[in-house]
Design a protein around this ligand. Structure first.
Ligand code: F6R
Length: 242
């Protein structure tokens, strides 16, 4: 793992954006694995700026998002499809038909998970997977558990995850109880993983993930087994790192 700590936000987001941009420069048809949440927003904003300056193009790229809430209308402002449109897709030249977010409103969620995995198998693996980490160590919505699923699956969100995400909704009761998420097997297949971690409230989770034992009780710790992971930390998240 290559771990970098940044004293200022500018360097944090530029480094993350450069990793994506240089991949697209060398491989315009790259498959991007994308995350939502607050952690990658600055990187997406920087990529939009770079696109506007002609420094990067997504025209031939495709993308697969990690996860989506179950039962939230796709046009709800907090659906992950809406998030991606708002923060990235609406502002760059990506072909929307090549952007994929699991369908949390599919009539048959099990079929939707299989279909997502089949598409990923055919087109993937991701050349670069962007990740955030939950305060409980989750990646995607793979929550700490005695065992973890490899492929895309439906997950019951833990109370702490719903509470953490309640900041995006009018109230806790409005936060969906389930999500579809790519499994850790699919995540670990990515050729390169870029884990973006911001804020002191993530310090313990990321320290456990990179320094603690590899355990399904901290799903992000499985990243230690991957040969090409870059971890970008801000001051708060990296306060334990000398
Ligand atoms: C989002 C995702 C989640 C988030 C994590 C951190 O697609 O898969 O694992 O990355 O919950 O969320 P933030 O960045 O909002 O703290």
């Amino acid at each position: 793992m290559n771990i970098f700590k940044f004293q200022n936000d500018e360097d944090f987001v530029q480094t993350g954006a450069n990793l994506v941009a240089s991949l697209l420069q060398s491989n315009p048809k790259a498959v991007l694995g994308l995350a939502t949440g607050s952690s990658p927003i600055g990187v997406y904003e920087r990529l939009v700026k770079m696109y506007r300056k002609g420094l990067v193009s997504f025209a031939k790229a495709s993308s697969y998002n990690l996860d989506e809430y179950v039962g939230l209308p796709v046009d709800h402002p907090e659906s992950y499809r809406s998030f991606m449109n708002k923060h990235l897709f609406d502002h760059v030249d990506i072909d929307l038909s090549r952007t994929h977010v699991p369908d949390g409103n599919a009539g048959n969620l099990a079929d939707e998970c299989l279909t997502y995995d089949k598409m990923l198998e055919k087109e993937g693996p991701a050349d670069l997977q962007i990740l955030g980490i939950g305060s409980n160590g989750h990646i995607g919505f793979n929550e700490p558990d005695a065992s973890l699923s490899s492929g895309t699956h439906v997950v019951d969100l833990l109370p702490e995850t719903r509470e953490a995400n309640a900041r995006f909704f009018p109230s806790l009761a409005d936060v969906p109880r389930q999500a579809i998420t790519m499994g850790v097997g699919s995540i670990l297949k990515a050729r390169q993983i870029v884990l973006l971690v911001r804020g002191a409230e993530k310090a313990e989770a990321i320290r456990n993930a990179v320094k603690g034992p590899i355990t399904t009780q901290c799903p992000a710790s499985l990243l230690q087994s991957h040969p090409n992971v870059v971890v970008l930390l801000d001051e708060g998240a990296g306060q334990w790192l000398k």
